[in-house]
Design a protein around this ligand. Structure first.
Ligand SMILES: [Zn+2]
Length: 286
């Protein structure tokens, strides 16, 4: 369920009951399942927001003021809005019964097969003009966020003395760009991931961020409606990845631009893929 879907289906609903079906689904809520239920009972859901891997609902609660229900999707978590009489999902972990102003009832369900995901109710804090839950306070906006400020990110990124791919994966600079998207964006921008950020021009950094946004947009469009389609790694990724990747996972296959074989290098316990002709590696400096 994307943020937009939540806005349509659950905002301005009041929480009538809270049912936690698996303790692991609330392990990030350190005060426990009962406390989470008490916090949410009677709360009115007023906003749905997303940043990086995080999705949260703002909830006006009677006793604790405005709080955030932070949803960690983990590897397999999903939010579903269901009629109250819909059959239970096999991996149902949390269920909120909701009621709108007209008294119509519905359910917001958290379904998570592998239980890496979960919910926590967190206070909100003001960070650079936005109210954010604590776990999200250090996460930068992603390139598809309407308030994403490329000028500012370009400046911050060039100040980091690091390699450009590491900077793209740094959630405190820009969020939402995983390993696959970084490799694809770097290929499109014709930059090697090991290029030092401080030696890139503003134009080059703008370009790679714009390419990352384009890759993410294409993946979202191809992946349909699931919020986490953007963030999953190769497993479970949509058909987009089979059809549209230029370099990622394509060792020894022809670069779609120049025909040169793609090379794989190890990178932070993972891999980087690039075209040695289109993306020459930086020379080592003494
Ligand atoms: Zn090439």
């Amino acid at each position: 369920m994307v943020r937009r879907g939540l806005v349509e289906h659950v905002l301005e609903h009041v929480v009538d009951s809270v049912e936690v079906r698996h303790p692991r689904a609330v392990r990030r809520h350190v005060a426990g399942a009962d406390d989470l239920a008490i916090a949410l009972l009677g709360a009115r859901l007023v906003q749905a927001e997303r940043r990086g891997k995080y999705l949260w609902l703002q909830a006006d609660t009677a006793k604790r003021g405005r709080q955030a229900v932070v949803v960690h999707l983990g590897m397999s978590g999903q939010l579903r809005v269901q009629p109250v009489d819909a059959p239970e999902e096999k991996h149902l972990r949390i269920r909120l019964r909701l009621r709108d102003g007209a008294g119509t009832r519905t359910e917001l369900r958290f379904v998570d097969q592998r239980t890496f995901g979960g919910w926590a109710v967190e206070p909100l804090q003001l960070v650079e003009g936005s109210w954010l839950p604590r776990p999200v306070a250090h996460i930068a906006r992603d390139p598809l966020d309407p308030a994403f400020d490329p000028e500012r990110v370009v400046t911050a990124l060039r100040r980091r003395r690091t390699e450009v791919k590491r900077a793209l994966l740094d959630q405190t600079l820009v969020s939402g760009i995983g390993n696959i998207y970084a490799d694809e964006a770097l290929w499109r921008a014709q930059l090697h991931g090991r290029r030092p950020t401080e030696r890139l021009t503003r134009v080059q950094v703008h370009r790679v961020l714009a390419e990352a946004a384009a890759v993410m947009t294409e993946a979202l469009a191809a992946g349909g409606t699931s919020f986490d389609a953007l963030y999953v790694n190769v497993n479970g990724a949509s058909g987009y990845f089979d059809r549209s990747l230029a370099v990622y996972g394509r060792t020894d296959r022809a670069c779609p631009r120049c025909g040169n074989p793609i090379v794989r290098e190890s990178f932070m316990n993972r891999s980087s893929f690039s075209c040695p002709r289109c993306q020459p590696a930086p020379r080592l400096r003494r």
